[in-house]
Ligand binder design. Structure first.
Ligand code: SF4
Ligand code: MG
Length: 331
């Protein structure tokens, strides 16, 4: 089956005081129809920047896609004009974020904001839009949608607001939903309910999902395939069972070891020593994880590992493996 989304050699740079720094560095992956792909890594690993690149929502004048291709449903998004992108965004591809309060407009009712999306992409009457808004709210598990449709965002709990965001995101039945830390701001019980809802909606609507999270517990629960990112690069990619049972990259192994027990809620990844290098401090050569890696060898500081197939459908970028050793002359 042809992929729904194909990201090829994506490089996204941020301009910091006149110099370009790659926040996403030569990233390639695919999302197949109906697949849920998890992108994991600590904050600062380029996960959100990657999704903003796909959505063409990088901060103007600061972030830009420097090279690479983003092919969605057979169309090269990089070659599209702003108005062409606007037709796709919110309709065929949509996105939900960590903090729904910041994406909902406080001065408009929930109904108004839902209808706005519908009007943008469909030819329907006001009456139809209101009915559809109510139906959408119902489909995301809101019990009294007729009442909620006339309420304002601040009248809702965090969990309800995230349900509303999901309703907005699926209003036009997108083929791809990008969810960036959709449950991070919610408490555990609500978190589980929202994940359950996402799963259900994915199945009912036959859509693909990119789920960005720092939480491998969420990945285990939700995803078919997992991409592990570190410092702007993919370091491992595999199906969810392989990644959990046969991780190859030392970073993945450490992430897995950092999954908390039920009673520890916060700072899930704090057990890995050290921090992700900042954009302006990225090592020029070698493995970007080397200064934190318990298995680092001298060559890790001078040779840049390449992402290679360690077995079928399992890629890793680590010099412990033959397949990651660059050929002569290759960066
Ligand atoms: Fe560790 Fe070296 Fe592998 Fe990087 S390349 S993850 S430093 S062993
Ligand atoms: Mg992020």
């Amino acid at each position: 089956e042809a992929p729904l989304l194909e990201v090829k050699n994506l490089e996204t740079a941020f301009d910091i005081e006149g110099t370009d720094y790659n926040a996403v560095d030569n990233v390639s992956f695919q999302v197949k129809p109906r697949q849920i792909v998890g992108i994991v890594g600590e904050s600062g690993c380029g996960k959100s920047v990657m999704s903003l690149s796909i959505m063409k929502l990088l901060p103007k004048g600061i972030g830009k896609v420097k090279s690479g291709e983003i092919i969605f449903d057979g169309k090269n998004l990089e070659k599209m004009s702003e108005s062409q992108i606007n037709k796709i965004r919110g309709k065929d591809v949509s996105m939900i974020f960590q903090e729904p309060m910041t994406s909902l407009n406080p001065v408009f009712t929930i109904g108004y904001q839902l209808q706005e999306v519908l009007f943008n992409h469909m030819k329907i009457s006001k009456q139809e839009a209101r009915q559809k808004a109510i139906a959408l709210l119902k489909s995301v598990g809101i019990s009294r949608p007729e009442k909620l449709v006339d309420e304002y965002p601040h009248q809702l709990s965090g969990g309800m607001r995230q349900r509303v965001m999901i309703a907005i995101a699926i209003a036009c039945q997108p083929k791809l939903l990008i969810a960036d830390e959709p449950t991070t701001a919610l408490d555990v019980t609500v978190q589980a309910q929202i994940l359950e809802l996402l799963k259900e909606i994915q199945a009912v609507n036959d859509m693909s999902v990119i789920l960005i999270t720092h939480d491998l517990g969420v990945v285990a629960e939700m995803c078919d395939e997992v991409i592990v990112m570190y410092a702007g690069r993919i370091v491992e990619r595999a199906d969810v069972d392989t990644l959990f049972h046969n991780p190859k990259h030392p970073y993945t192994t450490l992430l897995l070891g950092a999954i908390p027990k039920m009673d520890e809620q916060e700072e899930r990844l704090s057990s890995i020593q050290g921090i992700v290098p900042s954009l302006t401090n990225m090592p020029k050569v070698g493995c970007r994880f080397a200064h934190r890696c318990p298995k680092a060898m001298p060559k890790c500081f001078t040779v840049t590992p390449v992402l290679g197939d360690i077995e079928q459908d399992h890629e890793v970028a680590c010099l412990l493996y033959e397949t990651s050793i660059p050929r002569e002359g290759v960066k």
